[in-house]
Design a protein around this ligand. Structure first.
Ligand SMILES: [Cu+2]
Length: 161
């Protein structure tokens, strides 16, 4: 038994650390979409405590057929969003998806999302490891400032201040 334990300990020294072990997920939530919408925006921060950049290759969720990471940019005074081709969490750094900026887009929702629901997502990295994310659905209608916002045009009436 002792030999086995020793062997295992030696083997573990040579296993490269998986991306999933280096990544932590914080502040994950989804904006409650209006009832007729088939998309919802999600936000989260990915933190990388490792020595290497970590690339996200896939995101999956039972709540949406096609979750995507979107970037926001300003062109000619208009906000545009695009699917991100590369999603990289820098070594000893973080990647934020937050309101008014880059975001997670749950497209082709599979059902309705209500405040307090939990959306489960799986984020997979280029080494094949993955993390589970629980994002709570929040009703932000009373807090929307009415400024430009991801999908501002598609999320119903604004209750401005
Ligand atoms: Cu988007």
């Amino acid at each position: 038994m002792k030999m086995k334990a020793l062997l295992l300990a030696v083997l573990l020294l040579f296993i490269p650390s998986l991306a999933a072990a280096e990544i932590s997920v914080e502040d994950a939530w989804v904006r409650m979409p209006p009832p007729v919408a088939d998309t919802a925006a999600g936000y989260l921060t990915l933190k990388n405590s490792g020595e290497k950049d970590v690339e996200v290759v896939a995101v999956e969720s039972s709540a949406a057929a096609k979750p995507e990471f979107h970037s926001m940019s300003m062109h000619d005074g208009m906000m545009h969003m695009m699917k991100m081709d590369k999603v990289v969490v820098p070594a000893h750094g973080e990647l934020r998806f937050e309101t008014g900026g880059n975001h997670l887009m749950l497209t082709e929702l599979t059902g309705t999302l209500n405040a307090g629901d939990h959306v489960m997502m799986t984020i997979t990295f280029s080494d094949g490891s993955s993390v589970m994310v629980h994002a709570e659905v929040r009703d932000m209608r009373s807090q929307d400032s009415g400024g430009y916002d991801d999908h501002g045009g598609s999320h119903g009436e604004h209750h401005g201040h």
